[in-house]
Design a protein around this ligand. Sequence first.
Ligand code: AP5
Ligand code: MG
Length: 198
Amino acid sequence: MPDSPPAPFRLLMLGAPGSGKGTQGTRLAERYGARHVSTGDLLRGQVAAGSDLGRQAQPYMDRGDLVPDELILGMVLERVLGGTAPESYVLDGFPRTVAQAKAAYEHAKDADRTLDAVVCLDIPHDELLARLEDRGRSSGRSDDNAATVLHRIEEYEQKTLPLLDYYAGRGILVRVDAVGEVDAVTERIVQALDGLKG
Ligand code: AP5
Ligand code: MG
């Protein structure tokens, strides 16, 4: 008999630029049999393809500003949270404003696809700056330079941090120390999620 498929599991990775959302999100998606969806990767794909959306988003990304909510919602709502999307997902970098979170919740509710858990990766500024400076040497990302990184952190603190209260209020938030070996951070997240489920 084949193993039964894992129960649907829907997760959001929150955290400042460089906190490890992509690194950990990829691993967790594999572990939970879920699709990893990074809005940053989707947007960079649109920029590389030269689409209308890419052309509209690029100046915001290059400055380290968040891209306007309506562009993001148009890109992800139906594809990622609609009734035809995979049942299990790990969101990385979306929602990142309260308006996005509310719109995502309303949309996902209709398709019975709302979040089971939200992981916030906690990390001090000096570690973020060191990681992104290191990555900037080879990533080719137009936003991995010192001035833009500082602005991305400001955007996170002003517009995304308020989401912590929103998700804590729904009882699905776990906070995890994101400093240390990649494997150790993954284990901390899995244990925190087990605690939430149990
Ligand atoms: P996005 O692509 O989401 O970038 P970000 O939030 O700035 O985060 P990063 O991808 O830089 O970092 P990460 O947390 O994924 O960390 P990573 O695993 O790479 O967004 C880019 C832009 O797109 C935004 O500025 C905005 O303009 C736009 N955008 C995207 N989504 C949007 C939305 N919803 N609304 C509006 N605008 C949106 O790790 C970082 C580095 O550290 C890597 O080199 C990694 O190898 C290393 N590392 C990871 N873990 C560890 C560890 N434990 N120890 C040591 N090094 C580690
Ligand atoms: Mg990322």
